[in-house]
Design a protein around this ligand. Structure first.
Ligand code: SAM
Ligand code: SF4
Length: 335
């Protein structure tokens, strides 16, 4: 599936649920978001069917996300189904890690190869403050479990938010002794335009990548670790993607930066998103969506699903305007 700007769309990012066991301050309001009813949410079989049709049309990689994908019933069966779908070469997951010790082994056996675990601080109090509901020991146990089970690579996603006053060097240091790939994600304006009840994003709260690298380098040099060294694109963990990678001398892992706000990576964007309620979303930052539910439930043919996929690819914008905001929150899109 080639879009109007010559990009080959071969990556499908699926939000399998809008529910979550945490309430991260930048993602969800404290009281949660009104969840979509079970009838609206795509069934495991419907998601697997969309993946099969997408794979027949050139999709080779699938990432499962949410909400929290590990609170979705049937998630292991879904991983198993997708990993056995002809044409799918890679199935990965973005998770807060809390339930990995419980499900990690089954997920690995079902064919999950890689995990991204979201963690924004190493300070237990701050973790509680950011996630509102979580205990940091659970997330750290999730990381240990991911390494023990041999997921490769294991990436740690940290959203950098100025007002949260995170210790970025402590975080980057996680990449030194173990093969962990720490990635700092610019805080993005998602969920803003919902009548002022969005996650409270402000431009000042996003820390531009260059500023962040500068801060980490200064502190790392003062601590005798030395500055970050760029990693060549072909040596980046898990292949090409929107992150720019660096490494501390002698480190086992890397430190990456994803600059969704300050540095558009739209020209190489190869992804399509599927929301839990069955909308194909060509761009994270735009509310233009294509409904796939009718194709699944009313028309019921593979051709109709294929048509929806091509329609979504056909309206994929060339690039996004950095701060346009969206009606949906990140937990409803999948990040
Ligand atoms: N619950 C899973 C998790 O936290 O990894 C998967 C879903 S979560 C929405 C996916 C990613 O989006 C997480 O890494 C989270 O930190 C990130 N995220 C959420 N809101 C964000 C925002 N406003 N800007 C940047 N990243 C955000
Ligand atoms: Fe849940 Fe992930 Fe959003 Fe945190 S970032 S509230 S863990 S969906």
């Amino acid at each position: 599936m080639i879009d109007r700007f010559g990009r080959n769309i071969d990556y499908l990012r699926i939000s399998v649920t809008d529910r979550c066991n945490l309430r991260c301050v930048y993602c969800m309001p404290e009281e949660g978001v009104p969840f979509k009813s079970h009838e609206i949410i795509l069934s495991i079989e419907e998601i697997a069917r969309v993946v099969r049709v997408a794979a027949e049309n050139g999709v080779t990689r699938v990432r499962l996300t949410g909400g929290e994908p590990l609170v979705r019933k049937g998630i292991i069966a879904l991983v198993d189904d997708i990993s056995h779908t002809p044409g799918i070469e890679d199935v990965s997951m973005t998770t807060n890690g809390i339930l990995l010790p419980r499900f990690g082994e089954d997920l690995r056996e079902a064919g999950l190869t890689r995990v991204n675990i979201s963690l924004d601080t190493l300070d237990p109090e701050k973790y509680r403050q950011i996630t509102r509901l979580g205990h940091i020991d659970d997330a750290l146990a999730g990381i240990d479990c991911a390494l023990e089970l041999g997921f490769d690579p294991v990436k740690i996603n940290a959203v950098a938010v100025r007002s949260l006053d995170q210790d970025f060097l402590a975080f980057a240091r996680l990449s030194i002794d173990r093969p962990l790939h720490v990635r700092f994600i610019e805080y993005m304006p998602v969920g803003l335009s919902s009548g002022g009840t969005g996650a409270g994003w402000t431009a000042e709260d996003s820390i531009p990548t260059d500023e962040l690298i500068g801060r980490i380098d200064t502190e790392a040099e003062a601590a005798g670790i030395g500055a970050l060294q760029p990693v060549e694109a072909e040596d980046a963990p898990g292949g090409t993607g929107p992150a720019r990678y660096y490494r501390f001398a002698g480190a086992q892992g890397t430190v990456g930066f994803i600059s969704g706000v300050s540095n558009h990576f739209c020209s190489t964007c190869n992804r399509l998103r599927l929301t839990a309620d069955g909308k194909l979303r060509p761009c994270l930052f735009s509310d233009r969506e294509v409904d796939v539910v009718r194709a699944l439930r009313e028309i019921g043919t593979d051709e109709a699903i294929e048509h929806a996929l091509y329609e979504a690819v056909g309206i994929k914008p060339e690039e996004h305007e950095g701060d346009e905001g969206t009606e949906r929150r990140m937990s409803q899109i999948g990040g």
